[in-house]
Design a protein around this ligand. Structure first.
Ligand code: PLP
Length: 340
């Protein structure tokens, strides 16, 4: 057995059962979740499949733009993670390959609805609520009131003390924008965003960056998915997580195969793994706290209980449309980001 690694034995068994021959093809995955989970998934799936995976973390809007730009000659096989409305937008632009995953029948109802809405091009892998979190130590030091609502964040008391993602690159921030439009109506949401903008220290490329900055006291408040904040809190940072009083937004994170994928058969196998309890378990194992979509997956013990949170009735059909995305981003860039 000298020289034969456990990995190569697993690979041989996997390929023999799959009848794929002796050369392990590679698979290119763009990963939209936290870097830690991207790395854990790569390790887990390489061990299972014997494939060499190219796994790169990017923000959701960046992945969408890359897949769009490479439409004529795709280099990416799978888009794993990131907010589902952006996957839906890509599906509507005919950039994704329809696929019926092996575990689709085990999906929770919200994930089955999402799959149907995508026309079978994108499968829900997790759900999570969107709110914000503040650094309790810094808040006390600054003698500031604790924010509990979206509207509080626009108060002048928090001038320069909030970070949010940039919705052009970050799926988290696009979910924030869409949530505010759904809660307040579009014009009122943009008036609110203009006031909030005066308190925004900077718009980050990635959606998890604001809450990581708040955790470390580099900013006071980060707008983010609550499960990202839970992960930071579990790491020992003094964060208080807020489900805003007006209502929280939420995401369905998704996985999709890119149309024209060079490794289609392997891409399908990866999607099956991503929807299996084993694949979904790599999230909790790497400290992630999203709610998994497979009914047979275990819920991470610290995952926010989304049934207890007042949530918007998120309109994925409208906010998953490419026209709505372009229109809202254009308006945000012209009226808000340009003045920051
Ligand atoms: N991190 C986590 C844990 C997420 O659940 C998501 C969304 O699916 C993201 C990051 C999205 O990242 P970004 O806002 O950078 O596109």
């Amino acid at each position: 057995m000298r020289g034969i690694t456990a990995l190569s034995v697993v690979a041989a068994l996997w390929m023999a059962s799959a009848g794929t021959g002796t050369t392990a093809p590679s698979l290119t995955v763009l990963c939209g979740v936290d870097e830690t989970w991207c790395a854990a998934m790569k390790t887990a799936y390489e061990a299972k499949s014997g494939l060499e995976i190219s796994m790169t973390r990017k923000s959701t809007g960046e992945i969408f733009n890359q897949i769009r730009a490479e439409k004529a000659a795709p280099t990416v096989d799978v888009w794993w993670g990131g907010t589902g409305d952006t996957h839906l937008q890509a599906g509507s632009e005919n950039l994704l390959e329809p696929y019926q995953p092996a575990h689709e029948r085990d999906m929770l109802p919200w994930a089955q609805n999402f799959f149907a809405m995508s026309g079978g091009r994108s499968a829900g892998i997790y759900a999570g609520a969107l709110g914000f979190a503040y650094n309790a130590d810094l808040l006390r030091e600054l003698k500031l009131p604790a924010p509990t609502c979206w509207k509080d964040l626009a108060d002048t008391t928090y001038r320069g003390r909030i970070q949010s993602g940039n919705p052009s690159s970050s799926g988290t921030a696009f979910t924030t924008l869409a949530t505010l439009v759904q809660l307040f109506g579009e014009d009122e949401a943009f008036r609110y965003l203009a006031a909030l903008n005066r308190n925004i220290e900077r718009y980050t490329t990635s959606g998890a960056a604001p809450v990581k900055a708040a955790a470390r006291g580099k900013t006071l408040i980060g707008i983010s998915f609550m499960h990202d904040a839970v992960t930071q809190k579990q790491a020992g940072f003094p964060l208080v997580i807020v489900a805003p009083c007006e209502g929280a937004g939420y995401e369905i994170g998704a996985v999709s195969i890119v149309k024209g994928a060079r490794n289609l058969a392997e891409a399908k196998r990866f999607v099956d793994f991503a929807l299996s309890p084993e694949g979904q378990g790599t999230g909790a194992a790497s400290g992630q706290n999203q709610v998994p979509s497979n009914a047979n997956s275990s819920l991470p013990s610290a995952a926010p209980d989304i049934s207890m949170i007042k949530m918007v009735d998120y309109d994925f059909a409208t906010f998953g449309s490419p026209d709505e995305r372009s229109r809202l981003l254009h308006r945000f860039n012209a009226e808000i980001a340009a003045t920051n």
